[in-house]
Design a protein around this ligand. Structure first.
Ligand SMILES: Cc1ncc(C[n+]2csc(CCOP(=O)(O)OP(=O)(O)O)c2C)c(N)n1
Ligand code: SF4
Ligand SMILES: [Mg+2]
Length: 277
């Protein structure tokens, strides 16, 4: 009997036999979108360094991808990735990690990497919760949603990560949900090609922690929710503040060109002398 092998198995380390995600987790959709983007661009895993922190979503690249990966400390992947890009400017440096890792404990690294405009691709999995550690309220947990640490509903106001990173000056910012796998893939392709800081935020289902406590249900229920509630910027302009609270605004928010830090540094070193490569 022949056993069918997933076409993306070739991107996985041979000794890794299974993924760490729970059934129905959005991380599978996001992993596929990353790998399809790399394949469609005709790039090789050796063209990349992948960096992640701590959390379920940090397991997307490491130890799964058959590539150079850095699995760093919680909150610090963008800081590590900044060092990698400055040391190896010819590589595509991709950070894939969670909302807690990148936008809570790691929030300042994210903001300042966007402000500096260093050439990184950041795929930020926004599942609205600290998934790995048992489902605590995160800065991305929608107000009113119950979690294990806010059983009567979170009282906190939610963080709009894409808006914050756009305001910090990133030249590429897009947000999709896991209901939009092709759009995620296209945005990741653009993000890789963008010479500068590029954020692809993906609203994603964590059926185990978020779905259970919030009563949003199983993975399919959450995907149906994303389908029903996602709107583009144009349509969002017709809604008042109250109606918008229920909606997820998805689209490319920013796509511009501006000077990038690693290449500016190379130029400067050449100008002042002492740079050999
Ligand atoms: C300095 C530090 N603080 C806290 C933790 C515990 N911790 C590990 S992962 C995590 C949250 C992960 O949430 P997120 O980044 O959203 O990833 P998810 O599991 O939801 O994909 C926390 C609080 C840690 N490992 N290190
Ligand atoms: S706990 Fe949630 S985020 Fe973590 S792997 Fe399971 S479904 Fe995914
Ligand atoms: Mg999370």
């Amino acid at each position: 009997m022949s056993v069918s092998v997933h076409p993306f198995r070739r991107y996985m380390r041979p000794h890794v036999k299974r993924t760490t995600t729970c059934p129905g987790c959005g991380n599978g959709i996001i992993t596929q979108a990353i790998l399809r983007a790399i394949e469609e661009l005709g790039l090789d895993m050796d063209d990349f360094i992948f960096v992640s922190g701590i959390g379920c979503s940090a397991w997307i690249p490491s130890p799964l991808f058959d590539a150079d990966t850095l699995h760093t400390t919680h909150g610090r992947p963008v800081a590590f990735a900044t060092g990698v890009k400055l040391g190896l400017p010819e590589k595509n440096v991709m950070v894939a990690s969670g909302d807690g890792d990148l936008a809570a404990i790691g929030g300042n690294h994210l903001i300042h990497a966007a402000r500096r405009n260093i050439d990184l691709t950041v795929v930020l999995v926004n599942n609205g919760i600290y998934g790995m550690t048992g489902g605590q309220t995160a800065p991305t947990t929608p107000r009113g949603v119950s979690t294990i640490t806010s059983p009567y509903g979170s009282l906190e106001h939610v963080f709009d990560i894409s808006a914050m990173i756009a305001a910090a000056g990133a030249p590429y910012v897009a947000r999709w949900t896991t209901y939009h796998p092709r759009q995620i893939m296209r945005s990741i392709k653009k993000a890789i090609q963008k010479r500068g800081f590029a954020l692809v935020e993906v609203i994603s289902q964590c059926p185990v922690q978020f779905g259970r406590a919030s009563k949003l249900g199983k993975a399919v229920d959450m995907l149906k929710y994303y389908k029903k509630n996602s709107i583009n910027i144009k349509k969002s302009k017709d809604l008042d503040k109250e109606a918008l609270k229920e909606k997820i605004v998805v689209e490319e928010f920013v796509d511009i060109e501006k000077p990038e830090l690693a290449s500016e540094l190379i130029r400067l070193k050449k100008e002042v002398g002492g740079y050999s490569s």
